[in-house]
Design a protein around this ligand. Sequence first.
Ligand code: AMP
Ligand code: ZN
Length: 486
Amino acid sequence: MNWLTRIFAARNQGAPRRPVRIFFTNTLSGEKELFVSLKPGIASMYTCGPTVYGPAHIGNLRAYIFSDTISRILMAAGYSVRRVINITDVGHMVSDGDDGEDKMAVGAKREKTTPKEIAVRYTKQFMEDLSDLNIVIDDIRFPHATEYIKEQIALAKTLEEKGFAYGLPDGLYFDTEKFPGYGKLGGLSRASLEAGARVEVVKGKRHPGDFVLWRIAKPNDLQQWDSPWGRGNPGWHIECSAMVRALLGQEIDIHTGGEDHIAVHHNNEIAQSEAATGRQLAHYWMHNAFLNMGGEKASKSLGNAVYLSDVIEKGFNPLALRYFYLQAHYRTPLSFSWDALAGAANGLDRLWKIVREISEDSKRASAPSEARENFLAAMRDDLATPQALGILWEALRSEDYAPEEKWGLIEDADVHLGLSLLNPPSSAVHEEQNIPEEIQVLLMDRGKARSVKDFAEADRIRGKIERSGYHVDDGPDGPVLTRTTL
Ligand code: AMP
Ligand code: ZN
């Protein structure tokens, strides 16, 4: 049980258990559906993870804030959530298709090291990004594709034995014609496949949609393993099918990813898994819309990507990015600009300020309220975060609710939104303590220096603060200032 589940278990003790109704838009049906888990009280969720050949850009991070929000809603409703986010460290080609160069090899060459070293470097970075964004990771498993080669080979072998695969000189391919439901996710027709968007130049491929399960190694491939088809490496899609099965089982509740995964990656996962087991891989497929930059999708290859480190370097709290995403519905494309992020940062600062006032007025005692019910209903209605934020703001500003009712709402909002509402960071702290503005500025500059690991500069600023009569301690919720004798 992780901390969120524990908080809610404690809070719900003795309360009458009403069935909680949660609705999600399922890409499989194209409709909003009532969530019913396969096992009572347990929800299993697989999220397609990053290819760790470089840092994840903020568009990628939208996908993980999205799946974190789903998980928070489920946990708050009493589910025990079993989660996997895979780490792709082999097999994902630059083209997203079956040919070209492995992204890990590209990363290794760029940084003059090995794919393994690149994977370690950027997995660490990814985990740091997730925790900076307050994503609950305690109970998530993060398997690497290279740790599940045996399982991927076994799955490909099953598909071959069942007649769903055929061999070509360069590898083993999945025969999409043999799988009648191919393309069912997102209602992809064969005609649209034939239209050529995905035609890759692989000689002998029977259909443009057919995809590689096992690739025969090219002489200078940096990562290769023995297999029944010769030395080589796995295709990209097979890792998810194999790891879902190994870690969560043949059938799971929820599978998530960005909307770009619908057409190919997720349809291919469905084809492989369902052809092998005869069971439905996932009952709810959920996809986040893209983050765009100036009208184009944010992407490393387009060279327009912004990273969380850029956000921090510019002095923003990473949670401002989280707030920016929550202001829009996950199925709505969102345009990034630094001005829009500054607007979100401002909104979050104001929210933290009002929360601190209510914290004092309510003495942190909470009471139920209609606003709290409405907030929960919005979150459970397909993650209607813009509406939920609207309800939160309106209630906190309203004179109609007692401070305790407002505090109860803040507690629920904190758990669902992950915006550190119960422990607003330092910017709100020093405002409350009547710290002179020049000290606040110094404290902020020190925070910026620390966030980019410029500890020499941070120490220099600390010295200045101390000489002005304040002592700085770094507590779990940010720096705490105490006045020293002047
Ligand atoms: P990748 O590392 O490319 O496999 O992507 C990791 C996750 O980010 C996947 O779920 C993608 O669908 C998602 N993703 C990629 N680009 C964007 C974007 N610009 N906006 C939102 N999600 C994205
Ligand atoms: Zn996947």
